[in-house]
Structure formats: structure tokens, C-alpha cells
Design a protein around this ligand. Structure first.
Ligand code: ADP
Ligand code: MG
Length: 253
């Protein structure tokens, strides 16, 4: 039996008269990587930010690790790690300085080099945030979600805009975070990413959940309806060619 760490029931969000989230329900199990998938505008970020205590909901119930979002938002904040958009970092500070700054905010002892080692950025320790490449910024922002030693890590489209090497590298990092015992909730509109990473996914469309299961189960269900790919799939795809030609190593540094 899986233990539920997040329970969302009939969650609703209206912006004025526009209904962005239309009464969705789902559970996230402790220790899994749970994906919220969907096209732009589906309501992924809205849902995530409500659970993160950063946005007000207009209806429904959310329980995080036994705590009700309505009554204990501050206690929920203590056990979660939230990935900030890049605008959340002082561009002129070095990575070490930023980590100490976050450590102070969370009232945590930090070991900057250990944290930077986790995300493969030790050699950038004394670089300023603004000097990092896109992939390095993403990795650093994931590192900062770990400063609070969270039970649950929230990642909103962490690999959008990255090249294939940097994406694969981030997938490894996210799996590492999970293997250390954290629960991870990730949003993405990349199906390959969801298939690679997520134990279970909810597909969100226009504010409603239209499917929720493991990637395997969803594919099997589709095949069971008689679905066949129109074209024989080759044993490799263009991304495989690209990776095979240019290598798996991160190239941005
Ligand atoms: P996703 O992350 O899946 O792309 P969002 O949760 O950001 O979707 O947005 C869902 C819908 O809500 C979109 O139609 C978006 O335009 C709308 N929306 C998001 N934030 C606001 C806001 N602050 N005010 C009004 N509408 C918003
Ligand atoms: Mg979004």
C-alpha cells in the first residue's frame, strides 16, 4: 500500500470569471515522481502554485503530509522545496553566496560545495549567477530547492529550453533527488520526459484531469483500443542520432 503525501480534492481556481482549474482530484504517493502533463494553459502551474501555498485556490481541499493547506500553510512551507524562476536570484552574487543567503532564509546550516557537487556545478562555485548558461541556471535553481532538505520538491517545467544533453543530465539529477527519499512533482509538456521520469502522470487539459496512471498503463490502454502508430517506428529517432553524434556530455560549460 502506497502512502499518500499530497491529496487534492475537487480543486478549483477561477481568475475573474475564467475557470483555470475545474475541480480536479488526485493523490501523490510518498517517494514517487509524479508528473502533471498538459499543453500550455492547461492549469499546471496554477495547480502547482496552489499546493506550494503561493496562490489562493477558489475551491476544494488540499492536504500536504497530513497538513491542511487552509490552516497550516506555514508548516507546509517548511517541508517543501520550490524551484524559483530565474528572476528570483540576485544576478551579481556568486553561487556560494546565494546558497548561504538561502540557508539563512530557511534557517539551515548549508554546505555549499556538497550542494553544488550534487548538481555538477562545483567548478562554478565562485561564478556569478548571471554568468551561468541556461542549463547551469536550471541545475542551480534545482540545487536551491534542496537547501531546506524538503520532503517534497516541486519543479515547474525544469527542462524547458534546454538542449538534449542538459535535459538528460537534469533527468538524472531529478532521479537522484527521488532516490534520496524525496517526493517529486514535476510539470512538463514533453512526453518523452514524462515517460523517462515519472512513476505516474496526470494529464491535464483545459483545467480538467483527463487521464491518471503510470505511463506504461496509459500506453497499454491506448494499444488495447486497437490504436496503432501509422508508421513503423524506427529503432532510433533523430534525437538518438543527435546524442550519438554530439555525445552525452554537457557541452555548455
Ligand atoms: P500551464 O502552466 O498549464 O501553462 P497556467 O496554470 O499557467 O497553465 O494557466 C492556466 C490558465 O489560467 C491559462 O489560460 C492562463 O492564461 C490563466 N492564468 C494563469 N494565471 C493567471 C492570472 N494571474 N490571471 C488570469 N489568468 C491567469
Ligand atoms: Mg506553466
Amino acid at each position: 500500500m502506497q502512502k499518500t503525501i499530497i491529496s487534492v480534492k475537487n480543486l478549483q481556481k477561477r481568475y475573474g470569471t475564467f475557470e483555470a482549474v475545474k475541480g480536479i482530484s488526485f493523490d501523490v504517493y510518498e517517494g514517487e515522481i509524479f508528473g502533471l502533463l498538459g499543453p500550455n494553459g492547461a492549469g499546471k502551474s496554477t495547480t502547482l502554485e496552489i499546493i506550494e501555498t503561493l496562490r489562493e485556490k477558489t475551491g476544494g481541499d488540499v492536504i500536504v503530509d497530513g497538513m491542511n493547506l487552509d490552516t497550516e500553510p506555514d508548516n507546509i512551507k517548511r517541508i517543501i522545496g520550490v524551484q524559483l524562476q530565474s528572476s528570483g536570484f540576485y544576478p551579481g552574487l556568486t553561487l556560494i553566496e546565494l546558497i548561504y543567503l538561502f540557508g539563512g532564509l530557511y534557517n539551515r546550516q548549508v554546505k555549499p560545495m556538497e550542494l553544488l557537487h550534487l548538481v555538477n556545478l562545483e567548478d562554478k562555485a565562485k561564478s556569478k549567477y548571471k554568468e551561468l548558461s541556461g542549463g547551469q541556471k536550471q541545475r542551480f535553481s534545482i540545487a536551491t530547492t534542496l537547501i531546506n532538505q524538503p520532503k517534497i520538491v516541486f519543479l515547474d517545467e525544469p527542462t524547458t529550453g534546454l538542449d538534449p544533453q542538459a535535459r538528460r543530465n537534469l533527468w538524472e539529477l531529478i532521479k537522484n533527488i527521488r532516490s534520496k527519499g524525496a517526493t517529486v512533482i514535476i510539470t512538463t509538456h514533453y512526453m518523452d520526459e514524462a515517460e523517462q521520469l515519472c512513476d505516474r502522470i496526470a494529464i491535464l487539459d483545459e483545467g480538467k484531469i483527463i487521464a491518471l496512471a503510470s505511463p506504461d498503463k496509459l500506453i497499454d490502454d491506448l494499444v488495447a483500443t486497437g490504436f496503432e502508430r501509422p508508421k513503423q517506428v524506427k529503432a532510433a529517432n533523430l534525437e538518438d542520432v543527435f546524442i550519438s553524434l554530439t555525445g552525452k556530455e554537457i557541452r555548455e560549460e
